[in-house]
Write a protein that binds this ligand. Structure first.
Ligand SMILES: [Cu+2]
Length: 273
């Protein structure tokens, strides 16, 4: 009895605690995806919604079929069962017709949209001097972030290196080149609806343009070991003025801490255009 009371008391404390933590947001708000701050987040959003709504629609249709036919053809209404094997021409044509229509109108449409976005946007990497380059090395359990510094060349003494801390300018094309030191991780930025695997021995890439200054979250989206959860990182999107200030201070620190005697600190690579 005492134990039960204790349990109820604990549950009550927990539930009130949870309630106060989420007071500011309604259930509906909490169910929404994080704010989209990428120029192409809407493309992924669209495809995701398209498939979700279609699934809901077909789920409803199947439910209506199952429960509707069970009701219409129950033993009460149909004493004598009707056996059909769906072998006549009309039945076969109906089934094949519906299957083909679903495949052409829905599946091929989804494939067409995603292939188009993939080719024209996500794999169409910006190049040149205006690109803001970031090298990322994932490891158990941390994100190492490297910026080329003033000389725009990686693995030199003026590189800015941070841990679990990403800094990018607003409204600029940002390219991430990613690698892993140990196991497979995945760089996930929910606010732009993008993620890409970090694989040992192979550089993967992702690019984006952030449209709103602020502080956002980065996560590892691949179970990578005991402390996988620790790979929660911070993404700071700076406005133009703020960015210059941050860059100057980070550059100054980098020049004092980068030690040429420690080759382990120079894990970067030559940028792959
Ligand atoms: Cu990880």
């Amino acid at each position: 009895m005492k134990r039960t009371l204790k349990f109820v008391a604990l549950m009550l404390t927990l539930s009130t605690g949870l309630a106060s933590a989420s007071e500011k947001m309604s259930l509906w708000q909490r169910m929404q995806p994080p704010e989209d701050i990428g120029t192409y987040g809407h493309l992924i959003h669209y495809l995701f919604n398209f498939t979700t709504y279609l699934n809901i629609f077909f789920f409803g249709l199947v439910c209506i079929g199952i429960f509707g036919f069970s009701f219409l053809y129950s033993a009460k209404r149909h004493k004598k069962p009707l056996y059909t094997h769906g072998k006549n021409k009309k039945e076969i044509l109906t089934v094949v017709g519906i299957a083909l229509a679903v495949f052409i109108i829905i599946d091929m449409q989804i494939t067409r949209i995603s292939a188009h976005d993939y080719q024209t946007v996500f794999m169409n990497f910006p190049k040149g001097k205006d690109v803001y380059k970031v090298e990322v090395m994932a490891q158990q359990w941390m994100w190492n972030v490297r910026l080329p510094g003033k000389d725009d060349v990686f693995n030199t003494l003026d590189d800015i290196v941070t841990n679990n801390d990403f800094h990018v300018p607003v409204n600029k094309k940002v390219v991430f080149q990613i690698i892993s030191k140990d196991v497979i991780h995945a760089l996930y930025i929910p606010n732009i609806r993008m993620k890409v695997d970090a694989t040992p021995g192979k550089i993967t890439r992702m690019w984006a343009e952030f449209t709103k200054p602020g502080i956002y979250e980065i996560a590892c989206a691949e179970i990578c070991g005991t402390h996988h959860y620790k790979m929660r990182a911070r993404l700071v999107v700076h406005d133009a003025e703020d960015f210059v200030k941050w860059q100057e201070s980070a550059q100054a620190i980098a020049l004092t801490v980068n030690n040429p005697e420690e080759p382990d600190n120079f894990w970067g690579w030559q940028w792959k255009e």
